[in-house]
Design a protein around this ligand. Structure first.
Ligand code: IFM
Length: 490
């Protein structure tokens, strides 16, 4: 019996979360024909087998093996052993009825050391994965960079070093050439905000550096790498290939409409969002960003002639990764400040040039990450992005970690995750009804995995992984999602 068969659709909505799934209170809006109902993962978070088949270390191998950087000293050495178990994992996806799967290539598996010829063993692994997906009717969407920079490139300066952008484009073109006959959706970067600001600003992610100027240099070189990669990939991919980037754009809200708070929101939108959407969609960095951060970095020296033309090459899709809105005020404005910084509370802020900004915890329900649950931020972002840029959208990540418990029969009943996903799918269908061209939703994540600095403490999966045995067990949310897909796909 498939997972979808096991779900009872006849029960009342109150039954959700008891293992008997009902979708009667799920969003009723129509999703367009061909809409991708998918799930998302990333190489370092699931693959393991870090020294197999010629793969060399990435910055996350180095970082996770550095004492004190990751909770409990966890590493991705084994992760959820997807490298060996990928066929079983694809069967699981097929049982769920997924129509799309977004995963990332490990750069140091495909191009050990980050330069030179591509590694046939690494490519063979991804080719086999893609073939397995296609045989099960699941459309792959490939992310080229989900944070695992080859260590050698970090040793040469990392993303603050301009050359890394050129290395990335070379790797991207090689990967596209090798897999472009069977993969039609390509995402250059995942969440460059995290790569730049958590990796080089707050230092809570690999490579763990804390320098605001380097964080901004990294942001520009990630943008440049994206643009160069789009150009290089277009020349080797079929003309109908779809090229995209996945951004974790912040749904920024001001605590009050006091001008100082509104200005705080503007600053965060500039350095968090428009630093990417400006050059990518408008061919320019926003003037207010340059003014806010001009004391940190010399933008004239950083941005070379021709860079903005490269970065603004047209793309076919924008991937939005959305989890929660961001609530800010000015620090000077005498609010009771509950300073809460997204992604860790390290000594260094991940927001260069935002010294006067306070971050607040929105009232209401939160996930196990302490992230507020608010699907309206997803609706606002999708409708706003489509209105501003007119580019087709996918939700390339959305999901929630909760403190899952396993009952005596091995069942994980996770009603909060079901409610979270249902609410956010509702926001997607509402945004489509409001006119936004949204073409897919990829749940983060298919299964529990290595959650970066939190190690294995936080579980985002629809499928439970027992880290001792590697056994996979669909949670109630997986069964709910399977039934949702069955009743909404067209
Ligand atoms: O696990 C991450 C993913 O790698 C990138 N986006 C956010 C997820 C949850 O923190």
């Amino acid at each position: 019996m498939s997972i979808a068969d096991a779900a009872d659709v006849s029960g009342p909505s109150e039954a959700v979360g008891t293992g008997v799934t009902a979708v009667s209170d799920a969003p009723g809006g129509a999703f367009p024909a061909g809409f991708a109902f998918g799930a998302s993962t990333a190489a370092y978070q699931i693959e393991g087998s870090v020294d197999v088949g010629g793969r060399t270390p990435s910055i996350w191998d180095t970082f996770s093996h550095t004492p004190g950087k990751v909770a409990n000293g966890d590493t991705g050495d084994v992760a959820v052993d997807h490298y060996s178990r990928f066929r079983d994992d694809v069967r699981l996806m097929a049982d769920l009825g997924l129509t799309g799967y977004r995963f990332s290539l490990s750069w140091p598996r495909v191009q050990p050391g980050g330069s030179g010829p591509l590694n046939q063993t690494g490519l063979d692994f991804y080719r086999a994965l893609v073939d397995e997906l296609l045989e099960h009717g699941i459309t792959p969407a490939v992310t080229l960079y989900h944070w695992d920079l080859p260590q050698e490139l970090e040793d040469a300066g990392g993303w603050p070093n301009r050359d890394t952008a050129y290395r990335f484009a070379e790797y991207a073109a090689g990967a596209a050439e090798a897999l472009g006959d069977r993969v039609s959706t390509w995402i250059t970067l995942n969440e460059p905000w995290c790569s730049a600001y958590l990796g080089y600003g707050s230092g809570v992610h690999a490579p763990g550096r804390t320098d605001d100027a380097d964080a901004l240099k990294a942001a520009h070189h990630l943008n440049l790498g994206h643009g160069l990669a789009v150009g290089a990939m277009r020349s080797v991919l079929p003309s109908d290939a779809k090229l995209a980037v996945s951004l974790n754009l912040h749904a920024v809200r001001a605590l009050t409409d006091h001008p100082d708070d509104l200005d705080a929101a503007r600053r965060i939108e500039a350095v968090g969002n428009r630093v990417f959407t400006g050059p990518i969609f408008k061919g320019a960095y926003p003037q207010d960003l340059l003014a806010d951060t001009g004391h940190i970095v010399d933008w004239d020296a950083l941005v070379h002639d021709g860079d903005l033309a490269e970065i603004s090459r047209p793309i076919d899709l924008l991937g939005l990764n959305y989890y929660n809105p961001t609530l800010v005020s000015a620090v000077s404005n005498n609010h009771p400040v509950d300073r809460h910084e997204l992604h860790g509370k390290g000594a260094h802020s991940p927001w260069p040039g935002a010294e006067g900004v306070a971050f607040h915890q929105a009232p209401g329900e939160v996930t196990a990450m302490d992230w507020p649950v608010d699907p309206s931020g997803l609706y606002d972002s999708l409708t706003g992005l489509y209105k501003e840029f007119g580019v087709p959208l996918i939700v390339s990540e959305n999901g929630a970690a909760y403190e899952d418990t396993v009952d005596a029969d091995g069942v994980v009943d996770d009603p909060e995750r079901i409610a979270y996903v249902r609410g956010h799918l509702g926001a997607v269908s509402d945004s489509i009804a409001a006119g936004a061209d949204v073409r897919g939703y990829y749940l983060w994540s298919l299964m529990d995995n290595f959650e970066w600095a939190y190690g294995y403490e936080k579980r985002f999966g629809a499928v439970r992984v027992d880290y001792e045995t590697q056994a996979r067990t669909p949670k109630a949310s997986a069964r709910w999602y399977a039934e949702f897909i069955r009743t909404h796909r067209r």
